[in-house]
Design a protein around this ligand. Sequence first.
Ligand code: PBG
Length: 327
Amino acid sequence: MELKRRPRRLRANEAIRSMVRENHLRVEDLIYPMFVMPGEKKKIEISSMPGVYNFSLDEFVIALQEVVTLGIPAVLLFGIPESKDSVGTGAYDEHGIVQEAVRVAKKHFPELYVITDVCLCEYTDHGHCGLIENGQIVNDPTLDLLAQTALSHARAGADMVAPSDMMDGRVAAIREGLDKEGFSQIPIMAYSAKVASGFYGPFRDAAGSTPQFGDRRTYQMDPANGNEAMLETALDIEEGADVIIVKPALAYGDIIYRSKEKFGVPVVAYNVSGEYAMVKAASANGWIDEKRIVMEALVSMKRAGADLLITYHALDAARWLRAEGHV
Ligand code: PBG
């Protein structure tokens, strides 16, 4: 049979396959999320996230050495404070756990790009991302605390701040707060399309940030909505977001794609805790090939349009890429 077009011609061997490969995962694409907590000599594995730990600051420095050695350019920090209260004081404490972690990280590894998650939920005793008044999560009174949180991170030396709370107007409030204090050069990476997702379960175990009443559906987005994701993202960019995040990643490839097409700004896919836990559980059972699944999932996010990937698989992915000579 005479077929003019035979796509298999370009799949004949590894040489030609790699020559025509359209998307590549690079170590430089990876952002590694890490959890820090007070104390000493603590490295506590998160039970639903094998291979991911809560670190005291001494152990955090040891772990960072590995991140740097592997060539991973950036970390995203989350804090687990000693105590929580109704207004999330630990989030904007100049000597809070994340603020101290930033100082330690920049002192030992000045070249490492340090991004901080800006939110109240790890620091509030009710587990919500905003202040509570009369049983409601109130928007505007929360904004000032988010701005203070971001500012305290910038003062500690953070390179970039990443608000994950989903309050309306938080990017504008943070931008204004940073600019007023001389941090106009600190970029904002906004969790713009952040869905009220079941995929955050293991993270909330780690952070003890499961809401004590209700859920996050009055501020995080409905999983069914794509146009709303575009609106959220447009507003964040208007308010000054430099980089935007789509979260979760695996079930939201369409949102990644649409964001990249529509806005052209750097798009980050957040491969969240539940996505990580599923891969780990299935591979621990021998049901899937972990490396293949992880690399396939990560490159699919790039194909969808993500420029950068936040993933708990970052250390493994970097090791695998290096082993294959892709540094
Ligand atoms: C804080 C925050 C969460 C995650 C990142 N920042 C939890 C949430 O919104 O409930 C989830 C990260 C993950 O699941 O890996 N607001």
